[in-house]
Design a protein around this ligand. Structure first.
Ligand code: C2E
Ligand code: CA
Ligand code: CA
Length: 405
């Protein structure tokens, strides 16, 4: 059921008084509430059962059972694409951190409200939601499990490749395989539209195997491939099943390729949560000679020292910190800290998402080892790799010339 404004709104708060107060405030703002929940778990059940998400959720942070923070994570995991407004009596720092958590989980946060809710603050946020909330829809398509199975069967998943280059001398170290869905009706669909669903439906291992097989086939037609390394993104879920990586290794071996040709990337926050099984699997991969990288570094708030427990040889600094690093500020501070951490643990550092020449020069001059990003090349289909390789030396020398000029 939707309200007069055509919007479906949920309020989630264990405190009945707060629920009723918020409901009455929304009515006064011409936003009649459709559904109220005292238990966050119920909301997830409704989301799983219903066809379509609400447009806006008001979420209390402090709740017994599942609290607001877990709810934020779950909303992110299920691909919730509506707006979120956090409501809490907690300190501003806690509310701000929770808002940041929503961003990290790619939940479209409209804003935060401090309890007791002030009606002016509420109308401001509702105005913001009406004008922007609907535009920021990240995941328009919700593919079914049958769509995913059919895409896997028909091998509709293909790899694009983005080069990783040495900042020192421009040597192409390798390519990162980035999966796309060549959808017969929707065109090229990007991973943020389907990876979370593939994981949720339990088909991520099948997808990873397809990505590896495609990478092996594609690799065979790249010139000078012996010196190149292929980076493959691994879902943390694939490190829970002890047999899965053995299977991947068998595929690689059967194709006559060496472990040195492969590097697996694992996202920071995901790897450090529960480390027993991943630690065994990752250490075994290193023993066999595969490369290992910690991906999106900086996006999770993990214990930095526990990094040393994992045998990573490469640290990929998230593009959020790379963008405008040359301008100083927080990004520069984080970059400096990351650089010294990488040196301490003898890891190479890769700057992700290098787009600006100033950032390239700055990173190069401060000893960053490798770079990826639109300045070097956008992810490209396999057929474009050889021509990109042929012009890269010249492109690199132009970047170097600019440095001298
Ligand atoms: P990621 O591993 O961090 O990959 C880098 C993403 O940043 C890619 O997005 C890439 O296209 C984009 N990118 C690269 N350079 C720039 C730049 O200069 N500026 C900007 N704005 N973006 C840049 P993409 O291909 O959409 O992939 C998104 C994420 O999906 C990846 O993030 C990775 O976490 C996941 N993913 C991709 N392929 C696979 C896969 O085969 N398996 C799994 N499990 N995850 C995958
Ligand atoms: Ca990656
Ligand atoms: Ca990354």
């Amino acid at each position: 059921m939707k309200n007069d404004s055509g919007k479906k709104v949920y309020i989630v708060d264990d405190d009945l008084f707060s629920l009723k107060l918020m409901a009455s405030l929304l009515v006064r703002h011409d936003f009649p509430v459709v559904e109220i929940y005292q238990d966050a778990k119920l909301v997830l059940d409704v989301l799983a059962a219903e066809d379509g998400f609400p447009d806006l959720v008001f979420l209390d942070l402090n709740m017994p059972g599942m609290d607001g923070l877990e709810m934020i994570r779950r909303l992110g995991e299920c691909g919730y694409s509506g707006g979120l407004i956090l409501v809490s009596g907690q300190s501003e720092r806690i509310i701000n951190s929770s808002a940041e958590l929503s961003r990290v989980h790619q939940v479209n946060i409209i804003g935060t409200l401090k309890k007791p809710v002030n009606t002016d603050a509420l109308s401001k946020l509702l105005g913001k939601f009406k004008s922007h909330g609907e535009v920021v829809v990240k995941r328009e398509c919700h593919y079914s499990v049958d769509d995913i199975i059919s895409a896997l069967e028909h091998k509709q998943f293909i790899n694009y490749y983005q080069p990783k280059v040495s900042m020192k001398d421009g040597t192409v170290k390798g390519f990162e395989a980035l999966v796309r869905w060549a959808h017969p009706e929707h065109g090229l669909v990007y991973p943020d539209q389907f990876i979370y669903l593939v994981e949720r439906y339990g088909y991520i291992d099948d997808l990873t195997k397809l990505v590896v097989k495609n990478a092996i086939d594609d690799f065979k037609v790249i010139g000078g491939r012996d010196k190149l390394q292929l980076s493959i993104n691994l879902s943390m879920l694939s490190l829970i099943n002890p047999g899965f990586m053995d299977e991947v290794c068998r595929i690689i071996d059967a194709e006559g390729m060496s472990p040195h040709h492969f590097l697996f990337e694992i996202t920071e926050g995901k790897v450090l949560d529960d480390k027993r099984q991943p630690l065994e699997i990752l250490t075994r991969l290193r023993l066999r000679g595969f490369g290992l990288a910690i991906d999106d570094f900086g996006t999770a708030y993990s214990n930095l020292d526990s990094l040393n427990d994992f045998p990573f040889e490469e640290l990929k600094l998230d593009r959020k910190f790379v963008h405008n690093v040359s301008q100083g500020g927080v990004n520069l501070e984080f970059y400096n800290a990351t650089l010294s951490l990488a040196r301490r643990y003898a890891m190479n550092i890769v700057a992700e998402g290098v787009e600006h020449h100033e950032d390239w020069l700055f990173l190069k001059n401060t000893g960053c080892d490798f770079a990826q990003g639109y300045l070097i090349a956008r992810p490209m289909p396999m057929n474009d790799i050889n021509s990109w390789l042929m012009q890269w030396k010249e492109q690199f020398s132009i970047i170097s010339l600019k440095q001298r000029g």
